[in-house]
Design a protein around this ligand. Structure first.
Ligand SMILES: *[C@@H]1O[C@H](CO)[C@@H](O)[C@H](O)[C@H]1NC(C)=O
Ligand SMILES: *[C@@H]1O[C@H](CO)[C@@H](O)[C@H](O)[C@H]1NC(C)=O
Length: 184
């Protein structure tokens, strides 16, 4: 009996260690893909101890003010990243460089004023880029160089165009609803 209890305790410890989770967050390992959920927890920065194997990461509704290169380093299996409703005003160049499998990046409702040429570097599989409700006044011509231009990306780019009239769009000057229809 003692032996069984001991084994159970040991097993419990092992399971807990396998699912180490940042403080205030909930981590779910469903169908072998790890989700790290930290919505509206008063976080001031991206927790450093997020499991690098996480597939879905939700950090919406916090008070994160900037994105740095270490925040998402080595998260090469991340597919969905939510940073909506924070107070992000700057993204360090190459912060997303390891996110080669990322499909959705939610950056809406933050305080971004610009998207620099290297800010979205590495996002080669991005399909949804949601940046509405920021204070964007400048988007670098090179910002979308790494993005795969699927029709979904186009929709998001159109959203940017429509919400920021006057942005110098050298490459996306034909980025209108009619251009999108043509693309489809
Ligand atoms: C998730 O669970 C599977 C088995 O159910 C395990 O092989 C895998 O290592 C776990 N992943 C993480 C990140 O804990
Ligand atoms: C990322 O991986 C490299 C190489 O394995 C390692 O040196 C570095 O500390 C890792 N960074 C993070 C934030 O996990």
């Amino acid at each position: 009996m003692d032996k069984v209890l001991c084994s159970l305790l040991l097993l419990g410890t092992t399971v807990m260690m396998a699912h180490a989770c940042p403080k205030y967050c909930v981590c779910q390992n469903l169908s072998e893909s790890l989700g790290t959920l930290c919505p509206s927890k008063g976080l001031l920065f991206v927790p450093l101890d997020i499991d690098r194997r996480t597939v879905e990461l939700r950090l919406g509704g916090n008070f994160i003010i900037k994105i740095t290169q270490q925040d998402f380093a080595n998260m090469s299996g991340l597919v969905d990243l939510t940073l909506s409703r924070n107070t992000i005003s700057s993204i360090q160049p190459f912060s997303f460089i390891d996110l080669e499998t990322l499909r959705s990046l939610h950056l809406d409702s933050n305080r971004l004023t610009e998207i620099g040429g290297d800010d979205l570097r590495g996002l080669v599989n991005l399909q949804h880029l949601i940046v509405n409700n920021n204070q964007l006044s400048q988007i670098s011509k090179e910002a979308f160089d790494d993005l795969m231009l699927t029709w979904r990306t186009w929709i998001s780019l159109i959203t940017i165009c429509e919400e920021c009239p006057g942005i110098p769009y050298a490459r996306w000057s034909t980025c209108t609803s009619s251009a999108w229809t043509t693309t489809l």
